[in-house]
Design a protein around this ligand. Structure first.
Ligand SMILES: [Ca+2]
Ligand SMILES: [Ca+2]
Length: 212
């Protein structure tokens, strides 16, 4: 849905640009670069300035951070294409690196939560941990065909130390991994920013990048 919003915004900007440049529609990449430049600059005149101002106002209204407080992070307005292809040294490239790191952090947090869910829901024999014995989900002494696949899948996907058991050690490992991944994402965002990264700024950038 966020991608759709960004696409609609891009289409709207393209329409405005088209009225100014009827001879040719600027490429998406050109628009993104212009957008990026506007993020750290002032006073762009004409249709582009109006379009960007509108986008910034929308971000500000719904997420508390002003375009000014975002500073260079206004480049998060960049198109998907620009994010995917930007040089890693560029502002948009650094923001793309943050987006990737944030996604990894979310995956790590999801893994930690999934291990907790497995311990809460898949411990069929009440041992306090999940292992192959829990595949006999009704504990009748027989693992029937199709029985216990949730258990075996969980062990296959979530066993952080590959000992065949899901237990507190796996939660601890996953928590540490999630914290490391989040710290990495935080560092990437700081690296992309040129102003203080407040919670409102994080929210606004995440909104622009489709991260929730
Ligand atoms: Ca068990
Ligand atoms: Ca384990």
């Amino acid at each position: 849905m966020r991608s759709t919003q960004r696409l609609l915004l891009s289409v709207g900007m393209a329409g405005l640009l088209l009225t100014v440049f009827p001879a040719g529609l600027p490429s998406v990449t050109t628009m993104a670069r212009a957008d990026s430049g506007n993020g750290s600059g002032h006073g762009n005149a004409g249709a582009h300035g109006a379009a960007n101002g509108h986008a910034n106002a929308a971000a500000s209204n719904s997420h508390g951070a002003t375009a000014s407080s975002l500073g260079a992070l206004n480049a998060a307005h960049a198109s998907e294409n620009a994010l995917a292809n930007a040089s890693s040294d560029s502002r948009v490239g650094r923001i793309a690196a943050y987006r990737d790191a944030a996604a990894a952090a979310q995956t790590a947090a999801d893994t930690e939560a999934a291990i907790g869910d497995a311990l809460a829901n898949l411990d069929s024999d009440g041992s306090g941990f999940v292992d192959s014995a829990d595949e006999d989900t009704n504990q009748d002494g027989t693992v029937d065909p199709g029985e216990g696949t949730a258990v075996s899948d969980a062990i296959a996907n979530l066993d952080t130390n590959a000992d065949g058991v899901l237990d507190q050690t796996d939660i601890d490992n996953a928590q540490a991994a999630a914290e490391t991944a989040q710290a990495n994402a935080d560092a990437k965002l700081t690296d992309a920013a040129n102003k203080p990264v407040t919670d409102d700024v994080v929210d606004a950038v995440n909104h622009l990048l489709g991260i929730e």
